[in-house]
Ligand binder design. Sequence first.
Ligand SMILES: C[S@@+](CC[C@H](N)C(=O)[O-])C[C@H]1O[C@@H](n2cnc3c(N)ncnc32)[C@H](O)[C@@H]1O
Length: 220
Amino acid sequence: MRTFRWIVALSLAAAVLVSAQRRGPFRRTPETEARPLPKDDAEKRILDVIEQAEREGRLFASVPVADGRALRLLTEAVNAQHVVEVGTSTGYSGLWFCLALQKTGGRLTTFEIDARRAAMAREHFKQAGVDRLVTLVEGDARQTLSRVKGPVDVVFLDADKDGYVTYLEKLLPLVRPGGLILAHNVDMAADYVRRVTSDPDLETVFYMQGGGLSITLKKR
Ligand SMILES: C[S@@+](CC[C@H](N)C(=O)[O-])C[C@H]1O[C@@H](n2cnc3c(N)ncnc32)[C@H](O)[C@@H]1O
């Protein structure tokens, strides 16, 4: 009787494993790909500029939509009052941050070395009605980042990948406990990945749906 029970239990476990393998990886459906729905006019104005920028192809190495949505969601979830972004480009990721910040009452400080992209970003922020939330600092972030004053709730690294560790070391002391450090395209930033996964004060997970986003919590 005991042997029979073991056989039944093992057969059940095997059936569950086989069915899990057959199910395969997560499949995208029209629902999982649905665009964000604006809750009010302010959200609609920002989302319109995001969509217009996508349509007109005025994006320079911007984050994919999936990552933009994650940036917004994380920022709103931690009720961020101050977000610091390194690598503004034309302001696309900044617009996703602003979707959250116009709800939390927070602000974005963003750094860009390229004057033409900075000008386009300013234009996008104005069109979206969020320019009052944004301070855009033009120049090399390796020099200009020292202007940032804490506390910072969310850091987003999306500039030259070999600068990520330098940017992290400058900004980490300013991040409040419970704050987040996000970094894009971390598949190209091995030193950074080693740094954030070997510090007991940090907890890091990797979100691979878009362009490879690491999400690091500065522990309390
Ligand atoms: C991948 S793009 C940023 C995309 C942007 N976060 C978005 O999703 O819309 C990287 C940007 O970092 C800027 N950049 C590169 N090195 C920089 C530096 N040392 N200081 C400031 N910006 C820099 C580049 O000019 C480029 O616009």
